[in-house]
Design a protein around this ligand. Structure first.
Ligand code: SAH
Length: 482
């Protein structure tokens, strides 16, 4: 396999071309492609082509380029800052390249890397912001694919935002260096000014930026309650990623994998606050107090929770504490475990004609005598996602069956949904109690119950009740209480 080195043989730079001459020698398709690329700049384009094809002629007229409709000679490229040999005629291209070398002008010869002083990039243009992608000619298709991906990631108004930023540069220089200035710019690019530019409200954006300049003198704390998703790093939202990159402090639960926490800003402080069964590091009240304290210190905090922060995440208590203390906060949704588990099973949570509602529950409210509301919904056909349901599996199954749900109702169980080490199990409600005895499952477990579950793909899952049929002493040996 060819070994990629870490050294670039072509180093990217941004060259000043405003008002400068750029010469393109050629009258066909190759010349047109280069002309289109260069026309994205404010260079003065000279196209040297005795016989230009009609499409190129149209382009010359449209772009207001200078057309030299004579046979090529070296005097025509004198004074240019870049030359393209794009005639499609090898002999002519070689001559152009040799002349350019003699005149000390950097040259690019189309499809002849050996003659090139420089390569042209695939370009994402959000002037004044430009993203140039180069592969040293190794993969023009790869470069175009990357270009497409990056282009979709960036707002069309990015250029306008960058231009606005440039007009605030001097004013921002008057802010103290470090935290305060960094905060101003991250609020500028991620907050109200950016949102106003996005909406096309430029004067509003200018005002919002001016407000930021004033308000930023006193550094204000901000807490983002961020959903980290079920565990796979690429299920994090772009917004969550941006906030992680801007964080001063990341306060995270034990269920959030290290790889996701590691996506935060390198010098952000990381505070694990635990809450994994058995190894409690901080009580909820202590976590609330910690968030308030960090907010008062003016820190930019990401409170990272697994899945979605508003689903069994105790976000209600944290938000109440922040509200009471008058600290700014926002909530960023995440992919909740039920959705990740359903995806892992190709399981339709709603299924036409079968189930049109779903319930998120824990099963921990089953202890009382009366049947909780969600059990009634299950019986009337809702798909039920049970969080933290492993230790109450028997209770959940027993109560649902007792209340009239068929023991044959389909059940899907996923451990470590979305992660490469996930395990999938399928069975019926009657099999569900066996889950409690499975000491081999150490990761988080999601259980989904309902007729819609029958529509899942069970090809890669194990039968849930396999161990139920093993001899009784095995279960007893695992120390499970009857
Ligand atoms: N806020 C989280 C839920 C926190 S409660 C969310 O929206 O997903 C913790 C429970 O979530 C676990 O007991 C388990 O039932 C479930 N869970 C979280 N991540 C999971 C995963 N990767 N796979 C399966 N279940 C998961």
């Amino acid at each position: 396999m060819p070994q990629a080195t870490t050294k670039l043989n072509a180093f990217p730079v941004f060259m000043r071309v405003e008002g400068e001459a750029v010469a393109i020698v050629g009258g066909g398709e190759e010349a047109l492609a280069k002309a289109r690329l260069i026309a994205q700049s404010s260079a003065v384009l000279h196209i040297i082509a005795k016989n230009a094809e009609p499409e190129l002629l149209d382009f010359i007229a449209e772009a207001g380029a200078n057309h030299v409709a004579r046979a090529y000679d070296a005097s025509q490229i004198e004074g240019a800052v870049m030359v393209f040999a794009a005639s499609g005629d090898e002999e002519l291209d070689r001559r152009v390249a040799a002349d350019a070398h003699r005149l000390g002008i950097p040259v690019n010869a189309v499809d002849r890397p050996d003659l090139c002083d420089f390569f042209t990039p695939a370009l994402v243009n959000r002037a004044p912001v430009a993203i140039a992608i180069g592969t040293e000619g190794a993969g023009p298709v790869l470069a175009q694919m990357l270009r497409g991906r990056i282009d979709r990631m960036l707002s069309p108004s990015l250029g306008a935002l960058a231009a606005l930023a440039a007009s605030f540069r001097n004013a921002a220089e008057r802010l103290p260096r470090g935290n305060v200035r960094r905060r101003f710019w991250s609020d500028f690019f991620g907050g109200a000014p950016a949102r106003a530019v996005e909406a096309g409200a430029f004067s509003q954006a200018r005002e919002a930026a001016a407000d930021l300049l004033l308000s930023d003198a006193a550094v204000r704390g901000h807490i983002a309650l961020v959903g980290a998703g079920p565990g796979a790093e690429d299920l994090l939202t772009l917004r969550a990623h941006r906030l992680l990159m801007e964080a001063d402090v990341i306060v995270h639960d034990a269920l959030v994998p290290e790889a996701v926490v590691a996506m935060g800003r390198r010098d952000a402080e990381r505070l694990p606050v635990g809450k994994r069964k058995g190894c409690h590091t901080k009580s909820q009240a202590e976590i609330n107090a910690l968030l308030v304290e960090l907010g008062r210190e003016g820190k930019r905090v990401v409170r990272l929770k697994s899945g979605d922060p508003l689903v069994f995440g105790r976000a209600g208590e944290e938000m109440a504490a922040l509200r009471d203390a008058g600290i700014d906060y926002e909530v960023v949704p995440g992919v909740t475990a039920a959705f990740a588990a359903a995806a892992d099973f190709e399981l339709p949570l709603t299924l036409r004609g079968v189930s049109s509602s779903m319930v998120f529950t824990t099963g921990h409210d089953l202890k009382g005598n009366s049947l909780p509301d969600w059990a009634k919904l299950a019986i009337s056909g809702a798909t039920v996602a049970v969080y933290m349901g492993r230790s109450v599996a028997a209770e959940v199954a027993g109560r649902l069956i007792e209340a009239g749900l068929s023991p044959d109702t389909a059940v899907a169980v996923v451990e470590n949904a979305s992660l490469t080490n996930r395990r999938r199990f399928h069975g019926t409600l009657a099999d569900l109690p066996s889950l409690e005895a499975r000491t081999d499952l150490s990761g988080p477990v999601m259980t989904i119950i309902g007729d819609a579950v029958a529509g899942a793909n069970f090809e890669r899952s194990e039968p849930l009740a396999a161990r139920r049929h093993e001899s009784a002493p095995v279960v007893a040996a695992e120390g499970v209480q009857p």
